[in-house]
Design a protein around this ligand. Structure first.
Ligand SMILES: [Zn+2]
Ligand SMILES: [Zn+2]
Length: 391
């Protein structure tokens, strides 16, 4: 089995990994590079058989819907089947802007898989496993061919609401894994231990108790966190969002409602001016985004009783030219309340111990060498983008 990481051996994001058996070739993810620069455009990936006809690619599998894994989907040659999680597919379709008909058609045609149910593509046997991440419906892939097995983790963590399930799943994985391709986003910030999503939810409760009007700035597609925020609102107060956010919450309830009360019965009110007297009277937690519409709404409420919770990565706020500081200044007080979507270094070690692979290949990291430092007794192979590695 051959592995080629086209991008992501020495950077966070822009992912594309090729897995090749003696007869079949597939790609995992096709993402945009990440940057904090304004109007940044990712370099296009050029992959034989995927973006041109000089070769063959039997399928492209997506670990999840973040742009750094899916952003270059439109560059994939027509006719190559796409695979993704069923909820991820619906969320992607719901977030597409207008004038994207060809992309929409492509995603509508994507095939879906379910966690734990393997399928064949050529002579590759693929088993997807649902994992915890800040994008819901994210997957690891166990890929078997030529008598070898490799596990590609995608982006994952163990400190979210489904972290325990992810740990359990890894415990039950009895397969002997030859190569583990593991994300290492946090390897460049080794000394930090993230707060759990459960702790974050507790903090939200604390702010709801202190302030009558709580505005929250959070990625709309971080749907599990938003479910948790809605559940933190006590009876008598409103959980408010707009139509767009409401649709995303309906999707998670439809797909996952039966699996846990966390995704069920989300009591939301869609913002409408007619309800303003009620909102003023009872108080609320409101999901907002940085735009003129929400600026106008925030100004309708007494600032001394309002707080803004900033629930995004701090880099977006501090980036040169960011409009976020100005938005936060709409209310006199704001607090940062966020936790990483990525496994901590300690959890990366835990996963490596559980899987016990012969070879470990770090990806999605700007400090792959750090994996050697934290796992000194392991066979860590640091690849370069585009290099072919045979297991
Ligand atoms: Zn990523
Ligand atoms: Zn991600």
């Amino acid at each position: 089995m051959q592995i080629i990481i086209y991008r992501g051996t020495h950077q966070i994001g822009g992912m594309a990994t090729e897995i090749r058996s003696s007869t079949t070739c597939i790609l995992i993810d096709m993402g945009d590079e990440l940057s904090l620069e304004k109007d940044f455009k990712s370099t296009s990936l050029s992959i034989s058989g995927v973006t041109d006809t000089n070769g063959s690619c039997a399928a492209v599998l997506f670990t999840h819907y973040h742009g750094d894994h899916i952003g270059q989907l439109k560059k994939i040659r027509e006719g190559i089947p796409l695979f993704m999680g069923p909820l991820a597919k619906d969320i992607l379709l719901a977030t597409l802007s207008q004038n994207t008909d060809s992309l929409k058609r492509r995603i509508e045609q994507a095939r879906t898989f379910t966690s734990g149910n393997g399928f064949k593509i050529g002579d590759l046997f693929i088993k997807p496993f649902s994992v915890d991440h800040s994008a819901c419906d994210s997957y690891m892939f166990l890929i078997e061919a030529d008598g070898k097995k490799n596990l590609h983790t995608g982006d994952f963590r163990l400190h979210g609401f489904r972290g325990k399930e992810t740990t359990k799943l890894l415990d039950q994985l009895n397969d002997k894994v030859d190569a583990l391709i593991i994300e290492g986003t946090t390897l460049s910030r080794i000394d930090t231990q993230p707060m759990t999503e459960m702790e974050l939810q507790q903090m939200v409760r604390f702010y709801i108790d202190q302030y009558k009007y709580v505005f929250v700035l959070c990625a709309s597609t971080n749907v599990e966190r938003i479910c948790a925020m809605s559940k933190a609102v006590p009876r008598g107060k409103y959980f408010i969002c707009d139509e767009y956010q409401s649709n995303l919450l309906d999707l998670i309830e439809r797909h996952w409602g039966k699996t846990s009360s966390h995704y069920q019965n989300i009591k939301k009110t869609t913002y409408g001016k007619n309800l303003l007297p009620q909102f003023l009277k009872r108080g609320f937690l409101m999901m907002v985004r940085v735009n003129g519409k929400f600026r106008d709404i925030i100004r309708l409420f007494p600032p001394e009783k309002s707080i803004m919770i900033y629930s995004l990565w701090d880099g977006y706020r501090t980036a040169p030219g960011s409009t976020i500081p100005d938005f936060l200044s709409l209310v006199p007080q704001w607090e940062s309340l966020h936790t990483s979507g990525h496994a901590s270094p300690k959890d990366i070690q835990t996963v490596i111990e559980k899987i016990n692979p012969d070879i470990i290949i770090p990806i999605h990291t700007d400090n792959p060498e750090m994996l050697r430092t934290i796992c000194p007794d392991r066979n860590v192979v640091v690849l370069n983008d585009g290099e072919t590695f045979t297991i």
